[in-house]
Design a protein around this ligand. Structure first.
Ligand code: FCB
Length: 420
């Protein structure tokens, strides 16, 4: 057996560092319901909408009880901008704010440290009406919101995630057409969105760190989705070119925009969302999320969940790369697998946590891991067909009961033991 020693727990190779955060992650549109943003009228491929979702808007306290049963000590979740401001530069809606403050206070009372996400694939209608993030005016509107929110939360939040996966958002909304406004191949819009969000991140970071009570403690970062892009056949020049173009556009260009030059100092940590890789064969992305049947992919020797190819070996590689390049602490702000096969999901989790543990043992400063997701939920363009939850939700029952899944039990053991 391999011997792995974490810096803080040299006696026990299966242990994680002492103050490691074990969490789970969600997004407002995917779980809350009763939301008014660009997703409200969006109908997913399975016919589902986000209108009720998991009704966490009303059931957040029950969800926190479930987190207590899981034994997590952190929760990454969003505050929905469209609930708090009904017009540009408007005062924050008092009732909505109080509901979120109650949620945060209950989390803290349960010993669960909040990590707050400010933007996760959704905007208020009045932002979308002026072109969303393609319009540079959105930056000022967002900063006004952040400034007011930071003040209103009065030092309750230490971990701030400004933007979740700007690459995925801009790609699906402006290149692939999967997210509203469903534009296709508008490369200049993709680039504009990334540029504007990167500027907003830099300035929001300054506001958070200088204007929040206890701001000197505040830690700020984006959550960058990292996908490896490879050619299925190493010697296929066109597939290699496609993979290289994707890597350049979604990894390099986006990281440079958010972390290049003076922006490097805007982040105090890096959030990494890691799921796996995409391999190209005759120009097609060989993944279930692009329509390739899991069964056919299996014949190619690919191990996939219901979304992408699993590639736990890549996790150590990307962690080491990010550590060397930026020398900042890292949180794995999302990792998870969608499948009805719980044994598969558990294997996937253990493989990835094993890779994470080896990276930590080699000196990579990873401070936390957030499983995507607490609940089965509204998975954007795919609706309710992708099962990512540690808990299942019975969407056929109007009471939306939650039930612990086998993976939830397995994850709970890991969180409680702080060890594999
Ligand atoms: C990430 C998103 C998250 C969810 C998971 C499966 O890209 O941030 O909302 O869709 O993938």
């Amino acid at each position: 057996m391999e011997t792995i020693a974490t810096p803080s727990q040299p006696g026990n190779p299966r242990k994680f560092p002492e103050s490691f955060l074990w969490g789970t992650a969600t997004a407002t549109t995917q779980i809350e319901g009763h939301i008014q943003n660009e997703w409200t009228d969006f109908v997913a491929t399975d016919g589902g909408t986000c209108r009720i979702a998991c009704d966490s808007y009303h059931r957040y306290s029950e969800d926190i009880d479930w987190m207590g049963r899981l034994g997590v000590n952190s929760y990454r979740f969003g505050i929905e901008w469209s609930r708090l401001q009904h017009a540009p530069f408007a005062p924050l809606n008092r009732n909505e704010l109080e509901r979120y403050i109650d949620q945060i206070d209950r989390l803290c009372a349960a010993g669960i440290k909040p990590m707050l996400v400010l933007h996760h694939f959704s905007n208020p209608h009045w932002v979308n009406a002026v072109g969303g993030w393609t319009n540079s005016k959105t930056i000022a509107a967002f900063l006004d919101y952040v400034r007011k929110l930071v003040k209103a939360l009065e030092g309750r939040i230490e971990l701030w995630n400004t933007f979740n996966e700007p690459d995925t958002y801009a790609c699906l909304a402006y290149l692939l057409g999967g997210f509203p406004p469903c534009n296709k191949w508008k490369l200049h819009r993709f680039r504009k969105v990334i540029g504007h969000m990167a500027r907003a991140h830099q300035q929001a970071s300054r506001i958070i760190r200088t204007e929040s009570v206890g701001g000197e403690r505040a830690q700020v970062g984006i959550a960058k989705n990292w996908t490896f892009f490879h050619a299925y056949k190493r010697f296929s020049p066109w597939d290699r070119l496609t993979a290289a173009a994707c890597h350049y556009t979604f990894n390099k260009f986006v990281l440079d925009a958010f972390m290049g030059e003076s922006r490097r100092h805007a982040s105090t940590f890096i959030g990494l969302n890691y799921y796996g890789r995409v391999r190209f064969h005759h120009f097609s992305a060989m993944i279930p999320a692009s329509g390739a049947p899991v069964k056919r992919l299996k014949d190619f020797g690919f191990v996939c969940d219901d979304m992408v190819e699993r590639y736990p070996e890549g996790l150590g590689e990307i962690l080491t790369y990010l550590q060397r390049k930026f020398r900042l602490p890292i949180y794995i702000t999302e990792h998870g697998a969608a499948s009805e096969d719980e044994t598969f999901r558990e294997r996937d989790l253990l493989n990835n946590l094993g890779a994470l543990q080896r990276a930590i043992a080699q000196g990579v400063d990873v401070r936390g891991f957030y499983y995507w997701s607490l609940l089965d939920n509204f998975e954007w363009q795919f609706g309710y067909s992708k099962k990512f939850g540690l808990l299942s939700v019975d969407f056929k029952d109007p009471r939306l009961p939650r039930t612990m899944k086998p993976l939830g039990e397995a994850y709970s053991k890991i969180c409680r033991a702080n060890a594999l």
